[in-house]
Design a binder for this molecule. Sequence first.
Ligand SMILES: [Fe+2]
Length: 212
Amino acid sequence: MFELNFADKIEAMDVGIDEFGLCDSPTSDATVDSSNSKGLLGGQGFSEITYIHIHECDYFSMGVFCIPAGKVFPLHDHPGMTVLSKLLYGSAYVKAYDWIALDCAGSQTIGLAGRVVDEVFKAPHEPSILFPRSGGNIHSFTALTPCAILDVLSPPYSEEFGRPSTYFSDIPIPSLNGYAILEEKPMPSDLVVQGAPYLGPSIVTVDDYVGV
Ligand SMILES: [Fe+2]
């Protein structure tokens, strides 16, 4: 189990990312900064949203999203999941909702949601945590500067176990400030998420000790 101070203290360098590592070669997208003797990824060298996968097991997944300035990671949910997030560098506008009443009976999920986060996060920022029914389970990020967000999801997304990622549109209700109708939609066609290798320290789990 993670302790919050784990996320409190973690920095981009701890997961193999140097925020400014590729400033001199911005076209070196999703590549290792060969000029960096430490073998770190250059966070600001990405021109697309980039996911750096760190670890996944039955209990949790962990990774970092590097988001270039101006890019949006659209509204999506975390069904039945608890998520710990930490902005490692940069600043992002964060919007998050929790369901108040939803209808899953049709082919599309739709419902009334209350906005619980509507603010700019600027690093250093304390870790945030969301729960299956509170804390802003449905959220979006808009990068105001290049930024990186560490995500620990427990349990991980799993189509097989009924925990898919679903995207939503939010339709504000003018007469109800702070509330919106959220309507399921397909993954936005302009959402591009590329991968990059994890270059940080090896992850050691309890399972690694079994049989030692
Ligand atoms: Fe998320």
